[in-house]
Ligand binder design. Structure first.
Ligand code: CU
Length: 295
């Protein structure tokens, strides 16, 4: 609670800046390319959102592999059950068998599942480590979950920070109710982006389905993952949501990400540096001191 209260100074200032910045950002982005929905929930939709990163492409492939394995196992077990019900029914076996052991079958039903699990574990661990820490990232973005909005920091581009709140229903684009935000996260394509995820109060979760990211934000801890979106997705908008129940406003802290070309990103950074507060702005420190004094 204390930490949250101390942020009030910065957040209040951000609220004022947010309005003017949104106007600039909208004109900038609509002038460059009309933002397009990448993918999202549809009536009668089935399966994942279209993968936008190599990580999500691999998650989808792994899911499809598991679906085949699990379907074969389920059909095999169902077949066995039907066979047993038929072959060993009371009608066909007036005198029940007294068999208790069959060494061969016991060895088989131990060894075969182990082989199947190892077959699943190898690609599973490969994928797990593929999603892990990006040592050679070109850009770092920090996402901080708070009750109930996301704050973002760009330490590589002047250390500016801003907050993202959902747009009112009437302002949100078609199909993006409770997904569109006043300050989208703007990211460049073809760039290895390191996401550092944490939280300022309680557990949150930074989840972007098309990126294959679902990373817990834990107070006092930095979690890390990465994404790299190919240039074919330039101009697209991706949506995500907080995915760890964090209180009454949990469903009102969406994540909106706009993918732009590297040139447009550089332009946006210039505007953002002017419009947004710096994380280490001395003015913010004064405000924190004022809040503490007031207490
Ligand atoms: Cu939440």
């Amino acid at each position: 609670v204390d930490v949250a209260r101390r942020r009030v100074g910065i957040d209040g200032m951000m609220a004022m800046r947010r309005l003017s910045f949104f106007a600039v950002l909208t004109s900038l982005l609509t002038g460059l390319s009309a933002p397009a929905w990448a993918d999202g929930a549809r009536n009668w939709g089935l399966g994942f959102q279209d993968p936008a990163t190599p990580v999500m492409a691999q998650i989808k492939d792994f899911h499809d592999l598991l679906l085949i394995i699990i379907t074969l196992i389920t059909l095999f077990v169902l077949g066995l059950l039907i066979y047993v019900m038929f072959r060993f029914s009371e009608k066909r076996n007036p005198t029940p068998s007294k068999t208790t052991h069959n060494t061969l079958i016991e060895v088989l039903w131990t060894v075969i599942p182990i082989v199947i699990l190892v077959f699943i574990a190898i690609p599973s661990f490969k994928l797990l480590y593929f999603t892990d820490v990006a040592e050679d990232a070109d850009l770092t973005v920090k996402a901080i979950g708070k009750q109930w909005y996301w704050s973002y920091e760009y330490p590589d581009n002047g250390n500016f920070t801003f907050d993202a709140f959902p747009l009112d229903d009437e302002d949100a684009p078609e199909g993006a109710r409770l997904l569109a935000t006043d300050n989208p996260l703007v990211l460049p394509v073809d760039t290895r982006i390191r996401f550092i995820v944490t939280a300022g109060d309680v557990l949150h979760n930074f989840a972007v389905p098309a990126f294959g990211i679902k990373m817990d934000g834990v107070p006092g801890r930095l979690n890390e993952t990465w994404a790299m979106v190919p240039a074919e997705h330039t101009g697209k908008t991706f949506y995500g949501q907080c995915s760890e129940l964090c209180g009454t406003g949990h469903s009102y802290m969406p994540i909106e990400i706009r993918l732009v070309s590297k040139e447009d990103y550089a332009e946006w950074v210039k505007t953002a540096q002017e419009e947004f507060a710096r994380v280490d702005d001395p003015a913010n420190r004064v405000r924190v001191a004022e809040v503490e004094e007031a207490e």
